[in-house]
Ligand binder design. Structure first.
Ligand SMILES: C[S@@+](CC[C@H](N)C(=O)[O-])C[C@H]1O[C@@H](n2cnc3c(N)ncnc32)[C@H](O)[C@@H]1O
Length: 204
C-alpha cells in the first residue's frame, strides 16, 4: 500500500469505506480493561477511535490521511463524543504521552516501517497498558478473502510479536498471538478473511 495521497483519494467519497461501526473484534478485546487513555494508530476514518470514546475512553486517533481524519471528526461530532485527532506518519511518530490502550488495525506497510510503528505502539503504553494489533495475515493471500495482495505488507502474529518486542520494554508481556478468522459480507454472500491478532500488556 502506498502513501497518504492514495488514502486521501480512497476516503474522498462521503460514504465511509470501513463503515462507522467499530471493528468486529474490538469490543470483546477491550472488555474488562480499566478505561483510561486510548490511542488508535492508523485510525483511518476513525470508527474505532470514536467507538472507544463512546465507551468512556479518552480517545486519540492518528493517521497520515487528513481526509480520513476529517471524516473521523465528523463521525465523532455526529455521535457527540470528543476525540483528539493527530495527523502524522505512524512509522516515524513518537510521543512522550502514555496510553492505557493502543490499538492498531490493518496498518499494512513494509517490514521496516511496520517494526518501527508497532515498537512505538508498545513504547507509548503506560504501566498496565494494553496493545492490540490486528492485521491481514500472510495466509490470507492464498486462503482468505480480500486484503492487500502484496506479500511485502502482509505479516504474521509471530512477526508482530517480534516487532512489539523490538520496543525493548523489559516488562512487555505477550498475552495472545495467533490467527483469527473474520466473517465478511460480500455481494456474493459470506466470506472468511484470515487476520492475525496480537495482544500484549505492560506490567503494572
Ligand atoms: C486499511 S485502513 C484501516 C483503518 C482503520 N484502522 C480501520 O480499521 O478502520 C489502513 C489505514 O492506515 C493508514 N496508514 C497507512 N500507512 C500509514 C502511515 N505510515 N502513517 C499513518 N497512517 C497510515 C491509512 O491512511 C489507512 O487509514
Amino acid at each position: 500500500m502506498s502513501g497518504s495521497g492514495h488514502w486521501d483519494e480512497r476516503y474522498s467519497a462521503e460514504e465511509y469505506v470501513w463503515k462507522t461501526d467499530p471493528h468486529q473484534f474490538l469490543a470483546s478485546e477491550v472488555e474488562g480493561l480499566a478505561i483510561g487513555r486510548s490511542l488508535d494508530l492508523a485510525t483511518g476514518e476513525g470508527r474505532n477511535a470514536v467507538w472507544l470514546a463512546t465507551q468512556g475512553w479518552q480517545s486519540t486517533g492518528l493517521d497520515f490521511s487528513a481526509v480520513g481524519l476529517a471524516k473521523g471528526a465528523k463521525l465523532a461530532e455526529s455521535v457527540g463524543v470528543t476525540v483528539e485527532w493527530i495527523h502524522a506518519d505512524a512509522t516515524v511518530w513518537t510521543t512522550a504521552d502514555k496510553f492505557d490502550l493502543c490499538v492498531v488495525f490493518y496498518l499494512q506497510v513494509p517490514q521496516a516501517q511496520r517494526t518501527a510503528a508497532f515498537a512505538a505502539a508498545a513504547q507509548c503504553l503506560a504501566p498496565g497498558g494494553t496493545v492490540l494489533v490486528v492485521g491481514h495475515d500472510r495466509a490470507n493471500l492464498r486462503d482468505g478473502y480480500g486484503g492487500p495482495q502484496d506479500t511485502n505488507v502482509l505479516y504474521s502474529a509471530d512477526e508482530v510479536q517480534q516487532d512489539l518486542l523490538a520496543s525493548e520494554l523489559p516488562d512487555l508481556v505477550i498475552d495472545h498471538a495467533g490467527q483469527k478468522l473474520r466473517s465478511v459480507e460480500t455481494a456474493d454472500g459470506g466470506a472468511v478473511a484470515i487476520d492475525c491478532l496480537v495482544r500484549a500488556h505492560r506490567a503494572a
